[in-house]
Design a protein around this ligand. Structure first.
Ligand code: DGP
Length: 116
């Protein structure tokens, strides 16, 4: 099931209305490079369906959430990452800026902890 929102940036990328460097996709999910990369690999994995955040995706469809996570792992493997970080900023207070669910896949450099 695909639900889109006309003024949502990631819905527009999923629809091909805004260009993005797509690296992988499935029936339910799309993976593309972040425009503001914070690591040698910085890919966003989004569901094609519009939901505002990852928790909402879990509620809407556990299968589609699993598809996003599995595609993120596939991207990490294809990028040759030994370790990587999956980040789901959730809410404005956690620096979520695009309110269409997405996972950041970050890797290719030493990742420190805790994150800022
Ligand atoms: P977040 O802050 O967690 O909501 O992450 C949103 C990310 O989206 C942020 O790292 C930058 C990225 N981004 C914003 N606009 C665009 C765009 O037009 N294209 C691509 N590829 N990424 C974008």
């Amino acid at each position: 099931m695909t639900e889109t929102v006309a003024d949502c940036l990631f819905c527009r990328i999923v629809a091909g209305q805004i260009p993005a460097t797509v690296v992988a996709e499935t029936e339910h999910s799309l993976a593309f490079r972040d425009i503001d990369g914070q690591a040698p690999t910085h890919v966003l994995v989004v569901p094609r369906r519009h939901v505002p955040d990852a928790v909402s995706l879990a509620t809407a469809s556990a299968r589609e959430l699993a598809d996003v996570v599995t595609l993120a792992a596939r991207v990490a493997a294809e990028e040759g990452l030994e370790g990587y970080r999956l980040v789901a900023n959730t809410g404005a207070a956690a620096q979520q800026s695009v309110f269409h669910a997405h996972l950041h896949v970050l890797g290719g450099r030493e990742l420190t902890w805790p994150p800022g």
